[in-house]
Design a protein around this ligand. Structure first.
Ligand code: ATP
Length: 365
């Protein structure tokens, strides 16, 4: 069990207000990802939860018990860092069992426990090797195994995959999610990589400048970004954002006159704004179609063929560049004039305060 609750949690360093009142309830067994740009406070949040950093305001509890002043080793939370810091002179088995040895657990018990965890992490064939004889991915797994053998109530990961190459990262991503289900423990994972956040999290916490911008499932954040920050942060390439004004409403949505282009439609009966409201209109590259008609025109600047998809970068003189994602290989070439049609049923709208003006329904099939 590890239900973690933060209430109005603050962190003030001498002269710097790093975390500005965070409320967050993390359920037992949840896989939570903290994501946000550099310096937004991800690591500070994790270190306060671990007990490595003092909480300077608000309350933090573990399973209903106030934990602000509980020392790190009594919280039952294991932290795994980007730098795995294994003991170079010890074997994999010795590294993994070290904490248990220090806690005077009987040797046979340690051996059994280490063997079980090694099997879970596919390290059973390398238990007698030293860290320098392992691949980066294996070393990271030893660091995770070292945490698992201690039977923690929860795991705290601080960018643990940053040192691995792209293939290993993808592999470890799935392994960590599998471990979360297998061990039935709470996991908090810090990353600046929104793809990691989208692929691993039950819920993502988007941080920005020491505040929480939004908490939700990956698809909730993708479909219903609460504000312009989340809209720009989640999704790669980024959402196209254009300024405009609502010029008409009907039963099924609104019409927006873009400042630097023509009229676009946003379908969604629950748009919460009147005619005349200044808005930011958002259309993701994958929801923006190229066509011979369409109210937004520009010139193809360059085309990236990625195999499974093509990204078309469109410049509009004196206006913002836009990106279109398509799976049509034949499409266009640099220099071609193009028109773009945003899909009315997928577009989003934000008010003058940057907050979302509609909430889309979406279903997982
Ligand atoms: P990154 O992705 O770059 O690691 P982060 O989101 O993890 O960033 P933190 O390390 O949590 O960010 O830092 C949050 C803010 O607090 C940053 O602006 C940082 O400069 C500041 N900060 C961190 N530690 C201290 C400290 N000991 N004293 C003063 N300010 C600090």
């Amino acid at each position: 069990m590890a239900k973690l609750v933060l209430e109005k949690v603050e962190k003030r360093y001498a002269g710097f207000h790093a975390i500005k009142g965070v409320d967050l309830a993390i359920d037992d067994r949840e896989f939570i990802v903290f994501v946000g740009p550099s310096g937004c406070g991800k690591t500070t949040m994790l270190r306060m939860i671990a007990g490595l950093e003092e909480i300077t305001g608000g309350d933090f509890s573990i399973d209903g018990v106030r934990a602000n002043d509980i020392p790190p080793d009594k919280r039952g939370l294991a932290m795994v860092f980007q730098t795995y810091a294994l003991y170079p002179h010890m074997t994999v088995a010795e590294n993994m069992g070290f904490a248990l040895k220090m806690a005077k657990v009987p040797k046979r018990e340690i051996k059994q426990k280490v063997a079980g965890v090694a099997q879970m992490l596919q390290l059973d064939l390398v238990l007698d090797r030293r860290p320098k004889e392992l691949s980066g991915g294996q070393r990271q797994r030893v660091a995770i195994g070292r945490a698992i053998v201690r039977n923690p109530r929860g795991f705290l990961f601080d960018e643990p995959l940053s040192n691995l190459d792209a293939v290993l990262r993808v592999q470890m991503r799935t392994e960590l999610v599998r471990l979360n289900k297998q061990l039935e423990t709470t996991m908090i994972y810090v990353t600046h990589d929104q793809i990691e956040a989208m692929t691993m999290a039950d819920r993502i916490v988007v941080l920005n400048g020491g505040i929480v911008e939004q908490v939700g499932s990956p698809l909730e954040l993708y479909n219903n970004p609460a504000n312009l920050f989340v809209a720009g942060f989640i999704g790669s390439p980024k959402m196209n954002l254009l300024e405009g004004e609502i010029t008409a409403r009907d039963g099924n949505g609104v019409v927006v006159k873009l400042d630097d282009a023509g009229l676009v439609r946003v379908e969604g009966a629950n748009v919460d704004a009147a005619v005349g409201t200044k808005v930011t209109f958002g259309t993701r590259p994958e929801h923006t179609l190229l066509g011979s008609e369409g109210s937004i025109s520009g010139t193809v600047d360059f085309v990236e063929h990625l195999g499974n998809e093509t990204l078309v970068y469109v410049t509009r003189p004196g206006k913002k560049q836009m990106i279109v994602r398509t799976d049509d290989l034949s499409v266009v070439r640099t220099g071609d004039p193009v028109r773009m049609i945003p899909q009315a049923g997928r577009a989003v709208l934000f008010g003058p305060d940057g907050k979302a003006l509609l909430r889309r329904k979406f279903h997982l099939h």
